[in-house]
Design a protein around this ligand. Sequence first.
Ligand code: GP9
Ligand code: MN
Length: 634
Amino acid sequence: MEELVYRKNAGSNIIKNMQDKLLSRELFYWLYFFLSIMLKCLYFQFTTKINTGPVFSQENIPMFFASFFILVIITSPISLLRGKNRLTALFILNLALSVLLASDTNFFRYYYSILTIPVILQADIKLLNSVNQSIISLFKIKDLIYIADLPVLLIWLVSLRKREVLKTRFPVRLAGFVMSFLLGLSGFLAVYSGITLDALVYSGNFVAKKLGVLYSHLDNTKMYIRDNIIDENELTSKEIEYVRKFFNQKTDPGRKFRGVAKGKNLIVVQVEALQGFMINTEVGGKEITPNLNRLIKESLYFDNMYYQIAGGNTSDSEFVFNNSLFPAREGAVYIRYPENMYHSLPKILNEQGYNTYALHAFTAHFWNRTEMYKSQGFNKFIDSDYYEMDEFACWEGNALSDSSFFRQSFDKIDTSSAPFYTFFVTLSSHHPFNYFEDYEFDVGELQGTFLGNFIKAINYADKCLGEFIEQLKERGLYDNSLLVIYGDHSGVPKHEADQLMDFLGLEYSEVEWIKLQKIPCIIHYPGLKNGEVVSTTSGIIDLLPTIANLMDLEAPYTLGRDFLNSNEKGHVILRNGNVITDDYVYFNELGEVYDIKTGKLLKMKDYEKKLKTLLNKLYISDLIIEKDVFCVLK
Ligand code: GP9
Ligand code: MN
C-alpha cells in the first residue's frame, strides 16, 4: 500500500517536473523572441538615427516601452495556438519582422522614411531603383543582426519533438491571449497618452521616433486604409464646380507694381528657420542679420508675414510658396500627394520660356523632393550629388555649408540662354543649432544656450546671404532679377519660449507667442532703391500671386492674394485653423478671438461669419489636394 502511494506520488512528481521543464523551456523561447525583436527594433531606431543619444535617455524611453507593448499586442494571438504551433508561429513572426526591419533599414538609408503600403505598391519604381543603385553601399555588415539568431532558432525548432512542448487547454490559452492583449494595449495607451503628437511635426519619422518603428507601421497602415479603402475618395462633378466657381469669382485686385520685374530672372531663397524677430535685432550692440538689414533698406520688406506649415515642415513651406495652396491636413503633401497635377510657379514660368531650377544640397529623396520637384515642373533639381562637399556647417556636421552651397550653385545652371527661376533651399541654420556653439559671434550671456546657438546660426546664414548678394552683383544678376528671400518656419520650439520671451522683453501669452511665428520676407526688384516696409498681415501663401503681379504673369489657381494690391484687410490662415488678421487672432482649438494689440478676449459671435468665409479656403485646398481637382480643372 505504502509502495503504491509512493509510486503514485513519484508518478505525479515526474509529470510535474516535466511540466515545469516544458514551461520553463517555452518561457525561455518567448523570452528569447522578445529580446531578439526588441534588440532589432532598437538597432533600427539608432542605426537610422531616428533616435539619437544614449539608448535609455529620457527622450527614448517612451519609444522603448511603446515598441515593447506593441510587440506584446502583435504576439498575443499566438497564445491561442496549440503546442508546437505556438513556437512555429513565433519563429515565423520573428522572421517576418526581421525581414521588415531589414528592409526598413535599407529603405530608410536611401529615402529617409520607413516603408509604407503606397511605397510597397510602387515597389517596381522605388525599391528596385534603390536596389539597383546602391544596395551594396546601403548594406552594412552590422545589419546581420537582423538574421543572426534565425538559423539557431530554426534548428532548435525543427529538432523539438511534439511531446517536448507544453500542453495547455483552450481556456488557459484564451486567458493567456486576453491577458497579454490587454496588458499590451493598456501599456501602449499609457505611453501614447503621454506623447504630444504635435500636428506641426507630424510625420512617419516623428511617429517612429516617439513610438517606435512597429507602431509607425500600424499608424501608416491605418492612414492608408482610411484614405484608400474607407474614404469615398471619388471626385464629384459638384465638387469640381464648387472649386471652379471659387476661382472664377476671384476679382482682379489692382495693378500697383504690375510687371516691374516682367521678363526678369526670379531668384528665390527659402532660408532654414529664419524668424522675423531676428531682423533689425541686436545682441551686445551687434546686429544679428546685418546683411539682410542692409538689403531691406533698398527692398520691399514684409514684416508681418507668417509661415503656414503642417506635417511637412520645410517641404510644406516650399509647397505653399510654389503653389499658393495650403499644406495637407495630415503628413507632408510632398510625401502623400506627389502624383497630383499642380498649377505651380515653375510651370507658369516654364510656359514663359524660363529655365527652372530647384537647388538644395541635401539627399535628393529627403521629403520626396525628387518626385515633387518634378510634379511642380522644375526642369532640374540640383541636389547634394551635384556639389563638392568641401565645407560643412550643419546640425550633424555632414551637410554642405550655405556658404559653399551659394558659391557653387550658379556654375551649375544655365544663366544666359533664357531667363531663369532658381529656388534655393538653405540648410545650415537647421535645428538643433549646437553646431554653432563655438561660432564667432558674441552673444554675451546667451553663450552656450539654445537661443544663443540659434542666433549664431542665423548670423551665419546672414553672412552667407551677404556673400550671395555680393555674388549676384558681381555676376550682373542683382539688377536683372527679382530677388525674394523668406524664412521657412520657426527655429524656437514652444518649450524654449521663456528664454526667447526674456530676450525680447515680452511676457508670455498665447497671443504674443503666435505673433512671434512670423518669418521675414524681402523682395527686391530691379531698380528699386528706396525700401518700403509692408505691414499687412500675410502668409507665404500670398507670395505667388504677389510675384505673379510683379512679373506680369497669370496665376488664376491660387488661394493667396497679392498683398501689394489687395483691398481686403490683412490676414493669414494657418493650417491648424488659427487665423491672424491685422486686428485679431482666432484660436481654432479654443474657439476664441483676441484683440491682436491688447490681447483682450473678444466676442466670438462678431467674428463667426468672417471666419467661416476665411476658413473655407482650407476646405477648398483640401479638396484640390486630396481629390486632385487640378487634374480636371486645367
Ligand atoms: C533638409 C531640410 C530639412 O532637406 O530641408 O528641413 P526640416 O523640414 O527638418 O526643417
Ligand atoms: Mn526647415
